[in-house]
Design a protein around this ligand. Sequence first.
Ligand SMILES: *[C@@H]1O[C@H](CO)[C@@H](O)[C@H](O)[C@H]1NC(C)=O
Ligand SMILES: *[C@@H]1O[C@H](CO)[C@@H](O)[C@H](O)[C@H]1NC(C)=O
Ligand SMILES: *[C@@H]1O[C@H](CO)[C@@H](O)[C@H](O)[C@H]1NC(C)=O
Ligand SMILES: *[C@@H]1O[C@H](CO)[C@@H](O)[C@H](O)[C@H]1NC(C)=O
Ligand SMILES: *[C@@H]1O[C@H](CO)[C@@H](O)[C@H](O)[C@H]1NC(C)=O
Ligand SMILES: *[C@@H]1O[C@H](CO)[C@@H](O)[C@H](O)[C@H]1NC(C)=O
Ligand SMILES: *[C@@H]1O[C@H](CO)[C@@H](O)[C@H](O)[C@H]1NC(C)=O
Ligand SMILES: *[C@@H]1O[C@H](CO)[C@@H](O)[C@H](O)[C@H]1NC(C)=O
Ligand SMILES: *[C@@H]1O[C@H](CO)[C@@H](O)[C@H](O)[C@H]1NC(C)=O
Length: 401
Amino acid sequence: MEKLQRLVPGYRSVGFMLVMGVTMGVVYFCLDHNNVIGFNLIGVANIADDYSFEGCDLFNGSWVYDNKSRPLYNEKECSFMADDYACHKFGRKDFEYQFWRWQPHGCDLPRFNGTALLEKLRDKRVVFVGDSVGKNHWVSLLCLIDSWIPDPSHKVAEWHGSLITFRASEFNASIDFYWEPLLVESNCDDPVHHRVHDRIMKIESIEKHAKQWIDADMLVFDSYTWWLVPNMTLLWGSFENPNRTLIESGRVRRYEMALKTWSNWLETHLNRTKTRMFFTSLSPDHKEYGDPMGETCYNKTEPIMEQGYWSKGTDNDLMRTAQSVVQDLEKKGLKIELLNITQLSQYRNDGHPTIYKRHWVPPTESELANPIANSDCIHWCLPGVPDVWNEILYTYIRYKV
Ligand SMILES: *[C@@H]1O[C@H](CO)[C@@H](O)[C@H](O)[C@H]1NC(C)=O
Ligand SMILES: *[C@@H]1O[C@H](CO)[C@@H](O)[C@H](O)[C@H]1NC(C)=O
Ligand SMILES: *[C@@H]1O[C@H](CO)[C@@H](O)[C@H](O)[C@H]1NC(C)=O
Ligand SMILES: *[C@@H]1O[C@H](CO)[C@@H](O)[C@H](O)[C@H]1NC(C)=O
Ligand SMILES: *[C@@H]1O[C@H](CO)[C@@H](O)[C@H](O)[C@H]1NC(C)=O
Ligand SMILES: *[C@@H]1O[C@H](CO)[C@@H](O)[C@H](O)[C@H]1NC(C)=O
Ligand SMILES: *[C@@H]1O[C@H](CO)[C@@H](O)[C@H](O)[C@H]1NC(C)=O
Ligand SMILES: *[C@@H]1O[C@H](CO)[C@@H](O)[C@H](O)[C@H]1NC(C)=O
Ligand SMILES: *[C@@H]1O[C@H](CO)[C@@H](O)[C@H](O)[C@H]1NC(C)=O
């Protein structure tokens, strides 16, 4: 493995976007269950090796209430659960949000099999690269795999600065998360202290990060929420010694510039025969910031059933920008796929932590008095929506060459 950065201790008071749940140094996790394996239900395909979803759009479908096959794991029993997503632990009382299964219109999703996934990942390194929603996605995958590795000493997570590694030692497989919320270098890159007032980024610099993951066999990227602030400072040269700066208020333009830096780097440095990539489309936040009467996720207990529902706060322009950059990379022969999870996640405004999560900064009286305005409608409770993103990712990894 490459050079690791200094170890950062866990459990600090940090901002609301934050990253770390529980791990500190080397942690061995225990496991006290081994359920979820071995039933067979309507709507969940048998996992024959010849399963194919060719011609079926896995992202177009509907949510089906299914309290028999869902949830795929229990919140309390996941060894890797982080306090940011442990909604029951922090007071959420309803359970229904855990009982929804994603049903594509044209086919069934195969049932998740952690052993089969790890066999596919044998001797490989997977890295999730991005922001706290990417971390949510990664923690969900570890929770899904957890019960398939009964021996706690065979699954170890370690935290090294911006990188958290998970190793399934029997398979010599790593599934890592790398904190890089804007993809390019920025003053938000500290995995703990990144709650800065003015976001500044080196719009053409990515190497410092990219060399940490460029050798991976599989990469899963995401970057969206951090781009939504009105103004960001773009900088050329170094932080200490900038040779040019620009305040950029055009979201799309600065997002395009960063994605260009990112895609240029991939084109030049990625081993195309080796590395397979996924880009997660934007995860909607069900809240209209700055509008007290706007949409919220607080107190919602059921998915939205209206087909094609699209949250007003979702930035379609950023979505199209990411989509076209991904398509360009694909045209140039890189193995990249869009995990087009925006629409399916749009329906689930019941799936967010709202106020039921660890508050890294204790809420003030007035925040407590106004839960609607102070709800987290960005991240997702686990078990929950990111499990479906991973069921789809699993389907690609296992069944699509
Ligand atoms: C989703 O599937 C439905 C039913 O098959 C179809 O009518 C609709 O056009 C599809 N939507 C998209 C965005 O492909
Ligand atoms: C599952 O849902 C059905 C329909 O709502 C309900 O009748 C049943 O009691 C539920 N089962 C469990 C185990 O919650
Ligand atoms: C999971 O996959 C492994 C390896 O392909 C297989 O041996 C096992 O039977 C599967 N387990 C279940 C419950 O389907
Ligand atoms: C483990 O996987 C790495 C690639 O991630 C490979 O370089 C190494 O040789 C593997 N080790 C063994 C013992 O197979
Ligand atoms: C954004 O920057 C512009 C100048 O480029 C300034 O007029 C405006 O007040 C700034 N907005 C915020 C919210 O800081
Ligand atoms: C600023 O510095 C960067 C990196 O050193 C360099 O690529 C760029 O050309 C410089 N720009 C100007 C205007 O000097
Ligand atoms: C790219 O990866 C393939 C498969 O792992 C390997 O055989 C090849 O040597 C690599 N190419 C370079 C230039 O590293
Ligand atoms: C949330 O739901 C509960 C129970 O349905 C209700 O008593 C409460 O007033 C709701 N709170 C808000 C802020 O809507
Ligand atoms: C992703 O999904 C959206 C909404 O369902 C759709 O409009 C868009 O065409 C899809 N993108 C791709 C590349 O399939």
